[in-house]
Design a protein around this ligand. Structure first.
Ligand SMILES: *[C@@H]1O[C@H](CO)[C@@H](O)[C@H](O)[C@H]1NC(C)=O
Ligand SMILES: *[C@@H]1O[C@H](CO)[C@@H](O)[C@H](O)[C@H]1NC(C)=O
Ligand SMILES: *[C@@H]1O[C@H](CO)[C@@H](O)[C@H](O)[C@H]1NC(C)=O
Length: 465
């Protein structure tokens, strides 16, 4: 690299989408970039709530060339929420262009550097215009699986083909229709698509409007960062996306360090998860967690609890304190000999522990990626958004997990899935297949591997901006 590049005062502004684990994913990317480009200044813009929870909960080692800026969340004073989960997203997004612009002004003032590059969550489609106004490159990050990106790119086609089919409340008419018209998506079903693509149950939201703009703004991106590995694509999907976006950069799984580093000493883990896992036998534990945003309905939570109690299988359950009171009466006492409940678990460490045998998950992208990186098969209970496509990928394409019967937790359904993965030949096969995927991912992360090479290209793109 010519020395002059280091003399330029580059300033990368990073705009987060502060919901689910989108913010944590783009912060992980920012940390990696900041280490690789120590002379570049990074400004990380998110809401105060997101900033606090990420920096306090995850105790990330944040390099000192990153500075966080808090933004308004767009919720008006004294606002009363309707209970619709999308409302928070809509309020945030409607106010976001103005709020981010104000945040950028503050960051420029405080760093004394004009912004040289804008890295944002792909959902913030208005960022293409902000970058254009500032005349700097725009680099969006796609947190979900690439199949999801394709579904957004081909939304118009999907709507033309399937909207008229109507479908009743449960989309019964779509049941057997696959998405084979889209390159690489023949294993996915129309019923897997989220409401943002085919608004069956709900009216169009501001969020779905933002997502519908992905297809028009992405061609303006200087590069697109994927939270994924090139080796894991169906070939037609990769070819198709690359033909449209030659600068599609698959930098590997962002929330999981690769190869997974050795676990920290168990006594340094204040949650007690690691020392509890140390006392269990190899591949014996069921780990239950639904991430930061998903919660099963109360009756399913109870069914799940009854199943683990009856099975007597050691379990580690990450359950938010607000939901504990839904557990059956006396559950905690009766299961204390073989189970542990925590309000938050260091997930990548839990999945990396030799005692963990199966992961009960909502199929959020990062959860599944972390499970793959650590070779743990899954029991899937998808809840919203991209979870259904990801479940399809896990169970039917990669064959590294099972859905719970009827896609809801019932006592007998959970018992069956546990037996299948922990006690059955099918479970052993899944473990073999997930280890093979894990090898691909580890190879991609080696210095000469595809993920490392794509990351290098990304760093160069930023340094040359
Ligand atoms: C963001 O959170 C970190 C850690 O809690 C804190 O040090 C920092 O001051 C926060 N940023 C702002 C702008 O408040
Ligand atoms: C930032 O950009 C403005 C307008 O484009 C210019 O006038 C100013 O000199 C630049 N500041 C720095 C520190 O480069
Ligand atoms: C893509 O993923 C996001 C969550 O990251 C979700 O909200 C959206 O609905 C997904 N789109 C499709 C087509 O599944």
């Amino acid at each position: 690299m010519p020395a002059t590049q280091n003399l330029k005062e580059q300033h990368v502004a990073v705009l987060a989408f502060p919901f689910g684990s989108h913010d944590l994913t783009i912060l992980s990317l920012t940390c990696r970039l900041a280490c690789a480009a120590p002379n570049v200044q990074f400004s990380f813009l998110s809401t105060a709530k997101s900033n606090d929870s990420m920096f306090s909960t995850f105790k990330l080692d944040v390099p000192n060339n990153i500075r966080a800026y808090n933004m308004e969340d767009g919720v008006p004073m004294n606002h009363v929420f309707s209970g619709n989960p999308v409302e928070r997203l809509d309020l945030f997004l409607m106010a976001a262009p103005g709020n981010f612009k104000n945040g950028l002004d503050v960051a420029v003032l405080e760093t004394g550097r004009n912004v040289s590059c804008l890295v944002t969550d792909m959902f913030l489609t208005f960022a293409a215009d902000i970058a254009n106004d500032m005349q700097v490159p725009w680099i969006p990050l796609c947190v979900s699986i690439p199949h999801n990106l394709s579904a957004h790119i081909y939304t118009d086609l999907i709507r033309r083909l399937f909207d008229h089919v109507g479908g009743d409340e449960n989309g019964a008419n779509f049941q057997h229709q696959t998405l084979e018209v889209i390159p690489g998506l023949s294993g996915m079903y129309v019923t897997d698509l989220s409401d943002e693509i085919l608004p069956r149950h709900s009216r169009e939201t501001f969020f779905s409007y933002m997502l519908s703009r992905i297809v028009c703004v992405l061609p303006r991106a200087t590069a697109i960062v994927m939270n994924f590995c090139q080796e894991l694509y169906p070939t037609p999907l990769l070819d198709d996306l690359k033909s449209m976006f030659p600068n599609l950069l698959n930098v590997g799984f962002l929330t999981q360090e690769l190869p997974p580093p050795p676990l920290p000493p168990s006594d340094s883990d204040a949650t007690g998860c690691l020392s509890w896992l140390d006392k269990q036998s190899s591949k014996s534990v069921v780990y239950i967690s639904f991430g930061t945003a998903a919660n099963p309905p109360v009756d399913e939570l109870i069914a799940l609890a009854e199943a683990v109690e009856e099975s007597q299988i050691p379990f580690l359950w990450s359950l938010n304190d607000n939901h504990k009171h839904h557990l059956p009466n006396g559950f905690l006492q009766r299961t204390s000999k073989f189970g542990k409940i925590v309000s938050w678990a260091p997930q990548t460490h839990v999945l990396g522990h030799a005692s963990t045998g199966v992961f009960v998950t909502h199929c959020g992208a990062n959860s599944v990626f972390e499970s793959v990186a650590n070779g743990v098969p899954m029991i899937c209970r998808p809840m919203f958004g991209d979870h259904w496509t990801i479940r399809r990928l896990v169970e039917e394409i990669w064959e590294i997990g099972v859905r719970v019967e009827r896609l809801i937790f019932t006592k007998s359904g959970v018992l069956k899935s546990l037996e299948l993965i922990l006690g059955h030949e099918q479970g052993r096969k899944m473990r073999e297949r997930i280890r093979a995927l894990r090898e691909l991912v580890l190879k991609a992360a080696e210095p000469s591997g595809s993920a490392s090479q794509d990351f290098k290209t990304l760093v160069e793109t930023i340094l040359n901006s």
